[in-house]
Design a protein around this ligand. Structure first.
Ligand code: TXA
Ligand code: MG
Length: 331
């Protein structure tokens, strides 16, 4: 059932979590589908609800840095600096896992991704439950992440008993994932904290190979096709004229085409959605997944999206667009 995220709703969700059930709740990035991170049976219910490959580790959410620290067996100075500067917030830090974090949660890895979310409801839920919560994005595996509770409900349905509704999420793309396992920090997934801001704290950050390193993927989740609507997604670098050219090509055989473009480059076409200005990556990130889901629901066969500059949150937006457009394996 969908409950408002008031005191009664949060209390009910916390009780469900303590009893080993799975709960959908809001974070500042996207809605998550959570369970007791330290209870293997509860975490298995997340994999079942999502249809998630078992080798894809799940981020563990903690109420504060102190609680987060207990999930890792090492806490290097870089972790302390990142936690200080970016928590609560959309940053996941990958560290050697503590013994109490079970294999199912980490997809069998000896590391754990940890974050302290910056959403009042997530914070209240974590404190009320009194346990760390393992939570991936609350979509069926491969689909765009849900930024509205109804998107999570549409994907996961009755496999989840409690949904907490706190309206649309603020950031709209998932957390940045940073590995601190090696001698130098590695960016595994761009997200809600910009690379520029991380580098201001850590110095130069190496970019992870993600999908490229098929032998030994560093962030297992990045090897699958992701974030994809049912419509075919086409990312176009260029202005209104370039977008319109692609739209005309695609629509020649009767294909129904929608466009997502900046205010500056919106072409004159019947079906155009405008998240914001080209430079307003935060507006794009906030709107992107909901737009893709809405255009799917409206029955478009193809979506042409303008490429935006890869600065700040633009890096995460472009990463998600590329993955959604790529014809890689669905999980
Ligand atoms: O904003 C977010 O991060 C949302 C909210 C709910 O917190 N969660 C989320 O989780 O996006 P998920 O499961 O959809 O994506 C987690 C990503 C995956 O690519 C996974 O492979 C990676 O983080 N990850 C998690 N733990 C890891 C680990 N120990 N080592 C490497 N990558 C890890
Ligand atoms: Mg996800």
């Amino acid at each position: 059932m969908v409950l408002p995220a008031d005191d009664a709703g949060v209390a009910r969700a916390a009780k469900a979590l303590r009893e080993g059930a799975v709960v959908v709740f809001p974070t500042e990035t996207v809605y998550g589908v959570g369970a007791d991170a330290l209870d293997p049976a509860a975490v298995r219910r997340i994999f079942a609800a999502k249809g998630r490959p078992p080798d894809n580790p799940i981020i563990v959410h903690a109420e504060d840095a102190h609680a987060a620290r207990r999930l890792a067996r090492e806490w290097p100075p870089a972790a302390a600096r990142l936690a200080d500067r970016f928590w609560p917030g959309p940053l996941t830090i990958v560290l050697p896992r503590a013994r109490e974090v079970p294999d199912v949660t980490t997809g069998g890895l000896d590391s754990v991704g940890i974050r302290v979310p910056d959403h009042p409801v997530a914070g209240r839920l974590l404190r009320a439950a009194g346990i760390p919560i393992a939570a991936p994005s609350a979509n069926r595996s491969g689909r765009p992440s849900p930024t509205r509770v109804e998107d999570a409900k549409a994907d996961l349905g009755d496999s989840v008993s409690v949904y907490l509704d706190a309206g649309p999420t603020r950031v709209g793309v998932e957390s940045t994932v940073m590995s601190l396992l090696g001698t130098e920090p590695v960016l595994l997934r761009p997200g809600g904290v910009a690379l520029e801001d991380l580098e201001a704290v850590l110095g130069p950050v190496r970019l992870g190979r993600g999908a490229e390193d098929a032998e030994r993927p560093i962030s297992p989740g990045t090897k699958y096709r992701h974030y994809a609507p049912s419509a075919d997604l086409h990312v176009v670098h260029g202005d209104a004229a370039a977008l319109l050219r692609r739209v005309r090509e695609l629509s020649r055989d009767g294909t129904r085409v929608a466009v997502v473009a900046s205010r500056e480059h919106a072409p004159s076409w019947a079906h155009v959605r405008v998240p914001g200005a080209r430079s307003d990556a935060a507006a794009w990130s906030h709107a992107l997944f909901a737009l893709l889901r809405d255009l799917d629901a409206e029955g478009f066969d193809a979506i042409v999206v303008e490429a935006i500059p890869e600065a700040g949150l633009g890096r995460a937006v472009m990463d998600r667009l590329r993955r959604a457009a790529a014809g890689g394996p669905s999980p």
